[in-house]
Design a protein. Structure first.
Length: 158
């Protein structure tokens, strides 16, 4: 993640440096504060959607619609890989609950890890492309790939 100085940050934001220091020790503390808040919002969205007992497809749509630009920025190529790991960690219970196989399946944890990484790779790409398809389309594609794999989209006769 590119570091920004407190001076540059406060100048861009139109605040005095002393105001910044009333709330934060440094920019790292500010980033941690923002990340913690975003993760709390994401977790709340997941818990609420789970309590409402939506289908897996609807769950994907609700969760991905709730992931705002700040989350994508922090997960992106200039973001913090530790934040991406924290977001993926928040998603694990959701994936484990909605993954259509038993937890007793051999290599279940590897399968969940694979699905989690694939989903976030697709989310990052979707954001990089300016969300060129709808939330419904991307969540449907993700669900299809998780449930049926790439072979559902590839013509194997060639």
């Amino acid at each position: 993640m590119r570091k920004i100085s407190v001076s540059e940050l406060t100048k861009r934001a139109g605040y005095n440096r002393s105001t910044f220091y009333e709330y934060f020790l440094d920019t790292d503390e500010l980033v941690a504060y923002v990340e913690t808040g975003l993760l709390a919002q994401l977790k709340e969205t997941i818990l609420r959607a789970t309590a409402e007992n939506h289908s897996p497809g609807a769950m994907f749509q609700i969760i991905f619609a709730a992931m705002n630009e700040k989350i994508y920025l922090l997960m992106g190529p200039n973001g913090d890989s530790a934040f991406l790991a924290r977001v993926q960690s928040e998603m694990l219970p959701f994936l484990e609950a909605y993954f259509p196989i038993s937890k007793d399946t051999p290599y279940f944890d590897y399968l969940i890890c694979f699905a989690n990484s694939a989903l976030f790779g697709m989310l990052q790409r979707w954001n990089e492309k300016g969300k060129d398809v709808s939330t419904e389309e991307i969540s449907g594609l993700m669900q299809e790939l998780v449930l049926r794999g790439l072979t559902a989209r590839v013509d194997m006769t060639e």
